[in-house]
Design a binder for this molecule. Structure first.
Ligand code: CU
Length: 289
């Protein structure tokens, strides 16, 4: 409880600095840092105190109560209470840290069921109106937009699916360090659920600024077996837009929440080693106002 208060008081600004679902992770990070300082400080003060305190001066006649002798193992002391203490106390600390780590993990995992506090899928033209909920410690929204991301060796294809308003989602190309790459432009204050499939091996997009990563697995629907010139994961609707050809789970797609909270441009990198050009498998993400 004290630490929770410390965390809130000492690092209130850190929570807002990073984006998306990361305030949860920022708080966790801060708490880990505090514990690292406490445990590290205690250990090193103890170590240096004992190293400096329990030493004899040069030429001093010292009382060799440990019977220290070159080549002989020093006399062994045993303090059962101390041993129990330094076994049990760190054990409680580790259990406690494991428990608080559960919260953010749960926030990620719940995304697969699309129940992350962002309501239902937006109707055509409807806006997410994403806001920060102090009570829940996370972003909440009225609704979310579904987009599609296909990974391949070695690049990314984006599709805005039925998010027809160009402001809300636009796919293009960018030149990154002289190399052409795909770009995805989203709108600030909107929440997106990306359904993702790989055309070959496992990839993992890392939305660098948002601190969000998720695996993308091979999905058979990334191929064009029905010969309509499209990845089988998508169908052409009457409005001339593409839609997913089935429920996300049935297509074998993974999902990730993308809450676009700041106006910024940043890179999307692959973080699952996927072959020779893995390091150059990037894309540009733009968030416009
Ligand atoms: Cu990759």
């Amino acid at each position: 409880m004290v630490l929770t208060l410390m965390r809130v008081r000492l690092f209130p600004y850190l929570g807002d600095r990073m984006a998306g679902i990361t305030p949860l992770f920022d708080n966790l990070w801060n708490e880990y840092i505090i514990w690292s300082f406490l445990v590290g400080g205690f250990t090193f003060i103890w170590l240096y105190h004992h190293s400096l305190w329990y030493k004899s001066e040069e030429g001093e006649d010292w009382d060799n109560k440990d019977g220290i002798e070159v080549g002989v193992f020093p006399k062994h002391y045993d303090n059962f209470t101390l041993e129990i203490a330094w076994t049990v106390l760190p054990f409680f600390l580790i259990v406690y840290l494991a428990l608080i780590s559960w919260g953010p993990l749960d926030a990620i995992w719940s995304s697969a069921e699309a129940d992350g506090g962002y309501g239902a899928e937006c109707a055509p033209g409807e806006m997410s109106n994403m806001t920060w909920s102090e009570a829940e410690g996370r972003y909440v929204a009225d609704c979310y937009h579904v987009i599609y991301i296909e990974a391949y060796q070695w690049g990314w294809n984006f599709d805005c699916l039925e998010v027809a308003v160009p402001d809300l989602c636009e796919v293009g190309t960018a030149v990154i360090d002289g190399t052409p790459a795909a770009s995805l432009t989203l709108k600030q204050g909107e929440v997106y659920l990306a359904a993702m499939g790989s055309a070959d091996v496992t990839h993992a997009p890392w939305f660098v600024s948002w601190g969000v990563k998720e695996d993308v697995l091979y999905a058979p629907g990334t191929m064009d077996l029905n010969g309509d010139g499209l990845s089988d994961n998508m169908v052409l609707t009457e409005n001339g837009e593409y839609a997913l050809s089935g429920p996300i789970g049935e297509l074998g797609l993974t999902t990730v929440w993308l809450p676009a909270d700041n106006v910024e441009n940043f890179l999307l990198l692959c973080t699952e080693y996927c072959g020779d050009n893995h390091a150059y498998m990037l894309a540009q993400i733009n968030v416009n106002a």
